[in-house]
Write a protein that binds this ligand. Sequence first.
Ligand code: LRH
Ligand code: MN
Ligand code: MN
Length: 389
Amino acid sequence: MTELAAVKAALKTQAVETPSWAYGNSGTRFKVFAQAGVPRNPFEKLDDAAQVHAYTGVAPTVALHIPWDKVDGSNGYAELAKYAQDRGVKLGTINSNTFQDDDYKLGSVCHADPAVRRKALDHLLECVDIMDATGSKDLKLWFADGTNYPGQDDIRERQDRLAEALAAVYERLGDDQRMLLEYKFFEPAFYTTDVPDWGTAYAHCLKLGSKAQVVVDTGHHAPGTNIEFIVATLLREGKLGGFDFNSRFYADDDLMVGAADPFQLFRIMYEVIRGGGFTPDVAFMLDQCHNIEAKIPAIIRSVMNVQEATAKALLVDREALGAAQRGGDVLEANAVLMDAYNTDVRPLLREVREEMGLDADPMGAYRRSGWASKIAEERVGGEQAGWGA
Ligand code: LRH
Ligand code: MN
Ligand code: MN
């Protein structure tokens, strides 16, 4: 295979998971701007996700958030999985939610009250039951737990409570299932956060075992954090479970990935590839909210941004880079990396899409499809994602 053929082949195997909540209405705590045609239930979210996959060819799975995507009936989730399959997509990661109940004001699995901890744990175990029904492989855990004031609770004891809950969930996982622990440096708690950084997540996952992995949400770091270093380290330790991709300017902005800092996304993808992480064992998920832009095309754009960063990272001349690095040639090493970053990979990706039997221009193809006006007409009273009320 020529080198370019290998790059193309790799791009064709890429899979970017889209989040169900990105299809619904969302906003800030100031206002949710409702859009016409947004899904009214999890089934319609899957219809929209199928559109993204149909035009990009690399978004075959959809992440669910429980209870935002809760379905009724003993067969509900199996039916949802079948509905997805009939539309050419599959159900992906199950995201838990222990942050939108009054009982969780002072925390969920880290709460001082054992009854609240039990309730949170029961929810996490229910999420694993749902994974059994949907065939999902990954459970994504993000905890809003933390404190606002010094002295409010015992920092160490909260870690013990967290460890206990994680161990109980770990025990419940099947052989092919994993738990992905997500960290976030602040918000909604402002003084301490119980899983604030990759080190804390890593320490818990290490103790739990190989089915526990760290997930890196690109929006969950302080400004200036070198995320690609974290990626390299986690991969080295065999503990990178996946990504929640999005862009940030200030806080956890959840903007389209690659919009704020395409260079950072390229650097992350380079470390993924360099570290042997371009495999199904590292989940590439989007975690975004589209507050003012149209949702489906924004998700298509995001998937394309991930593809562009990946293509550039695949194009890095690793041999030349290694030679420059070994020779201590700082400028040449930097130039090799920048050459790849500065390559316009859009023509290459157009070719890749055509070879996959897709339209070379996913944004245009979606626009021309008429789906946006169809759903605006048919769907009245769309759902809010669960955010920003
Ligand atoms: C928290 C978070 C986490 C949630 C998602 C909706 O900020 O990144 O992944 O589950 O947003
Ligand atoms: Mn996230
Ligand atoms: Mn987030």
